[in-house]
Design a protein around this ligand. Structure first.
Ligand code: PRX
Length: 634
């Protein structure tokens, strides 16, 4: 990771805004907007006015019980009402809300009115299954309309959702499912990927044997596979059957601003996955405002965020923010390079996508196929591009800028996290851009780069990225684990700053250059993968006694896994064992856990208290100095 950084620091190119865009932009003067954002409470109070509230809030921010901040105190609101119902009485009623497209070239359009009816039917069906306000519904679904409908249906009746990414497999699924303790699981028969149908139902069938709380499993017959009603067990029901006959009217539950909205699991460096908990009103204000300003959303836009809904980018920017703004969101199911590496650019041309948001790993992947594919298509509808998930290297930035944006569309490099819920550091289309820098904290956000004591470091010097003041879409806790919430994020700096877990540096203009994680979290193709989760999946294999994993740089994925294993007596690391281990980890965690290399070792570097020092393994691997080894066992 750090190797990349030296390249970044030499980056001196500056790209000025496209003046045609600036003329129509919501924000025409970046500096003035940043200045306005300094009065944080006033700024966010103003932004809350875009919604219909059942009851207005009394106070913008309550800081009386830090770090348990509260936003829009005593306000009453409903997300689904604002994302869907609100538009039915406007001229957006028959506008497409969700444009679903898949790699087979099939499409499905749902207008706001159609979405309204579908959400209501599902909301009523969930109530009939006994789901009450405050309860959790789990989902393990591909990118399909029913996923968005089910999430909105939960919001409508005040239930929380816990979406598990459909690329995670049995072990990861079971852990997340049992932590959230949902009674109802919504899943599908399968998903389309690179010309094949991946069977999801098989994974679910196996996993739910270990999930005692699940009483009902709703199955979307998405790929039209030949599962029959008679194939379903007593607790399973097809989605279509479930909503059959349900009323298409359902009153929106009046939610307190601070009522829980959803749980989304993310990986840490130690222990089980963290159930990041977001609440209602602050999240709505944060995601809608950032999408509107960062991507300059107007009526008539066609928005496409390529992230899977199973990750925070999908939650915030495939479904919630665009619908809260009344825009059309394109939902794509499939691979970026199927049937050929021009697949995405074909969609941009065919539908006239205006704003396009993706990840550096996808850009690097598509770069490999050269300029030929983007040249086949007319990409002139594009106005703003975006990047998220990991630092974007200047080469990928330039390729994206030249070949997709044709040197006229700015790239919004947005830094944020599952925990932050919304973009925190990002340019606006009026900004001067530097390839590889996320530029400045957004208006209304107070960030900094500090040393161990929490003091600002001088410009040009690296340090820890912190957020100094609360922001509306911040997570409120870790599900049923307040102690971990406080210890992991809020204890490190005595000033009470939020510790992001990233290293960063500000340049002479104050621009932020994110340098990667300061902890042992891996970033594989932009996905956060916990070292401890990978290690425990190795150790659950009968051949492995102990395991340590680190991230190894990879030109496309950013990082892949390098594993150091101590094998049990009688085992030897030969080709067949390597294959078996790869299969095993994939079975446990899914395709997100991309294994690069496996090495057999006799010993692992540990502290005297027995903690694996992955830092030492990393340094050895990259041929760097070992650094401080005073705590090393021997
Ligand atoms: O290391 C940072 C990296 O992704 C981490 C957050 O991962 P996750 O919670 O999965 O959310 C990803 C999507 C919001 C951060 O701690 N990261 C995210 N965006 C950027 C980034 N690193 C550099 N530049 C970015 N734009």
């Amino acid at each position: 990771m750090l190797k990349d950084t030296s390249v970044l620091l030499d980056e001196r190119r500056i790209f000025k805004p496209n003046y045609e865009l600036v003329e129509e932009a919501h924000v025409k003067n970046w500096e003035a907007e940043l200045e306005k954002g300094k009065d944080l409470e006033k700024y966010w109070a103003e932004k809350s006015e875009q919604f219909e509230w059942f009851k207005p809030w009394d106070k913008v921010l309550d800081e009386s019980n830090k770090p348990f901040y509260k936003w829009f105190v005593n306000g009453k609101i409903n997300l689904a009402y604002n994302a869907v119902d609100r538009w039915i009485s406007t001229d957006k009623r028959n506008q497409v809300a969700i444009l679903y497209v898949n790699e087979r070239g099939e499409e499905k359009k749902l207008t706001y009115f159609e979405l309204y009816r579908e959400v209501n039917k599902m909301a009523n069906a969930l109530k009939n299954l006994g789901i009450k306000k405050g309860e959790t519904v789990s989902m393990y679904l591909p990118m399909c309309p029913e996923l968005l409908i089910s999430m909105l249906a939960c919001n409508k009746i005040g239930a929380m959702h816990s979406v598990v990414y459909s690329g995670l497999s049995v072990g990861a699924f079971v852990e997340r499912m049992n932590d959230a303790k949902a009674k109802v699981l919504i899943t599908a028969d399968g998903t389309y990927r690179r010309g094949k149908i991946i069977n999801l139902k098989n994974i679910v069938d196996e996993a739910v044997l270990q999930c005692p709380t699940i009483e009902t499993i709703v199955v979307v017959n998405h790929t039209g596979s030949d599962i029959e009603v008679s194939d379903l067990s007593g607790r399973e029901i097809f989605y279509d059957r479930l909503i059959e006959g349900e009323s298409d009217e359902c009153e929106a539950e009046e939610m307190d601003a601070e009522d829980p909205l959803f749980i989304l699991y993310t990986s840490g460096s130690t222990g089980k996955p963290k159930g990041v908990l977001h609440t209602t009103a602050g999240y709505m204000v944060g995601v809608a405002t950032t999408l509107k300003y960062v991507f300059d959303i107007h009526d008539g836009d066609l928005w496409w965020c390529t992230a899977d809904i199973g990750w925070i980018t999908g939650h915030s920017y495939v479904i919630y923010a665009p619908l809260l703004l009344g825009t059309t969101t394109l939902v794509y199911e499939g691979a970026p390079d199927f049937p050929d590496p021009g697949a995405w650019w074909n969609i941009v041309e065919k539908y006239g996508v205006t704003k396009f948001y993706t990840a550096p790993t996808a850009i690097r992947h598509l770069m490999r196929f050269g300029e030929k594919y983007p040249q086949i298509y007319n990409l002139s509808s594009l106005k703003v591009l975006g990047s998220v998930g990991e630092p974007i290297n200047p080469e990928a930035w330039m390729w994206f800028y030249k070949n997709i944006g044709k040197e006229k569309t700015p790239i919004m490099d947005t830094w944020w996290q599952t925990e932050t819920g919304m973009h925190l550091i990002s340019p606006l289309p009026v900004a001067n851009l530097k390839p590889g820098s996320a530029t400045l904290p957004l208006p209304g956000i107070d960030a900094d780069v500090v040393d161990e004591k929490g003091n600002s470091v001088p410009l040009g010097k690296g340090g820890y990225l912190v957020i100094k003041k609360p922001w509306p879409a911040m997570f409120r806790t870790l599900y049923e684990d307040e102690e971990r919430f406080v210890n992991v994020y809020w204890k490190e700096f005595p000033q009470g700053f939020y510790r992001a877990g990233d290293m960063a540096r500000k340049d002479e203009d104050g621009y932020y250059w994110i340098q990667g994680r300061s902890d042992d979290v891996l970033k594989i193709a932009g996905h956060r993968v916990g070292t401890s989760e990978v290690e425990s999946s190795f150790v659950s294999h009968s051949a492995v006694a102990e395991a340590a994993v680190i991230g190894k740089s990879d030109p496309i994925k950013g990082q892949v896994i390098k594993a150091f294993l101590i094998l049990r007596e009688g085992y030897e690391l030969n080709t067949s064992l390597i294959e078996d281990l790869k299969k095993h980890v994939r079975y446990e965690l899914g395709p997100v856990a991309v294994l690069g290399e496996i090495e057999q070792v006799d010993k692992l570097p540990k502290t005297r208290s027995g903690k694996i020092m992955r830092r030492i393994l990393r340094a050895q691997e990259e041929g760097e100095e070992l650094g401080d080894t005073s705590t090393l066992e021997e």
